[in-house]
Design a protein around this ligand. Structure first.
Ligand SMILES: N[C@H](CCC[C@H](N)C(=O)O)C(=O)O
Length: 279
């Protein structure tokens, strides 16, 4: 069987996108590995599957699989890629489309050129909703790492779990070391995406993210949203922030508690292809 796919990226966070609106896609582990593996397969951070809606309140269902095969409930950069994918393939004639993931309903729209805008929903800040083991909600938590080092973090969910660490310089931050340490920390029962946030000024930040199930990516949309939410809760960021990531730039807007986070950024189609796969 020939499986058609589209290779896309959002600020360097890259995806293999499958149109499963007309034909069901079976997310077999070996097939996901073939699509994700950068040497033995196509290669991407996440595989995105677009399906016909399971409920009338949305236009599409949207499944997200990390490079390690784990299925998750949010992918911000991926949602912009999905908006472009739907537009380019004429899967909808609407200007604003609603998509459902395992954990969220998102609203997507084309802005201009390569730029798309996503309503990422209201961030969840209660520890149990992340999930994160803490007695009560706080703006800052202190975790003790294996070697006894205390670490101060912010925590938020955008439909997927995020920890945010303030650093003086993202270029020298111990992204992989601390990222892996937090991902295996018992306080995060479903692991976590770990953001390293350098605040340049209240309107400009730099960010690197060590993602759950993918390692460090060149951009993480939900990570950029979580970092701005935490930075605003710390009283250090404006309502509109430009987030410089290694693969480009995202603009994140958050008016405050109880309000949705809006993310604007690029989505690019790189190429299309087919792989042979036994059906
Ligand atoms: N790259 C994605 C995040 C994927 C989420 C995944 N790493 C997880 O939650 O496990 C983004 O732009 O939001």
């Amino acid at each position: 069987m020939k499986l058609h796919f589209t290779k896309m990226h959002g600020a360097g966070n890259d995806f293999v996108v499958i149109d499963a609106t007309a034909r069901r896609f079976q997310p077999l582990p070996a097939l996901l590995a073939r699509l994700s593996d950068r040497r033995f397969g196509v290669g991407c951070d996440q595989v995105l599957v677009v399906e016909s809606p399971s409920t009338p309140d949305v236009d599409f269902d949207y499944r997200i699989f990390n490079a390690d095969g784990s299925e998750v409930g949010q992918c911000g950069n991926g949602s912009r890629a999905l908006a472009r994918f739907v537009r380019e393939r004429g899967l909808s004639d609407k200007n604003v489309i609603r998509v459902r993931t395992q954990t969220s309903v998102l609203e997507l729209r084309h802005v201009d050129g390569d730029r798309y805008r996503v309503d990422m929903g209201v961030p969840q800040l209660e520890p149990a909703a992340v999930p994160f083991a803490a007695a009560a909600r706080a703006e800052r938590y202190t975790l003790t790492l294996a070697q006894g080092t205390p670490l101060e973090i912010g925590v938020a969910s955008m439909g997927n779990p995020h920890a945010v660490i303030a650093v003086a310089d993202v270029d020298t931050a111990p992204v992989a070391t601390l990222g892996m340490a937090l991902q295996s920390h018992p306080a995060f029962p479903q692991s976590v995406n770990v953001g390293f946030l350098q605040i340049v000024d209240p309107r400009h930040v730099r960010l690197r993210v060590y993602e759950r199930g993918a390692g460090e990516t060149l951009a993480c949309g939900s990570g950029a949203c979580a970092a701005v939410v935490v930075g605003r809760l710390w009283g250090q960021l404006d309502p509109v922030v430009d987030v410089q990531v290694r693969g480009g730039q995202l603009t994140i807007e958050w008016a405050g508690e109880g309000q949705p986070v809006l993310m604007t950024g690029p989505a690019v189609t790189v190429f299309e292809g087919d792989i042979e796969w036994p059906n």
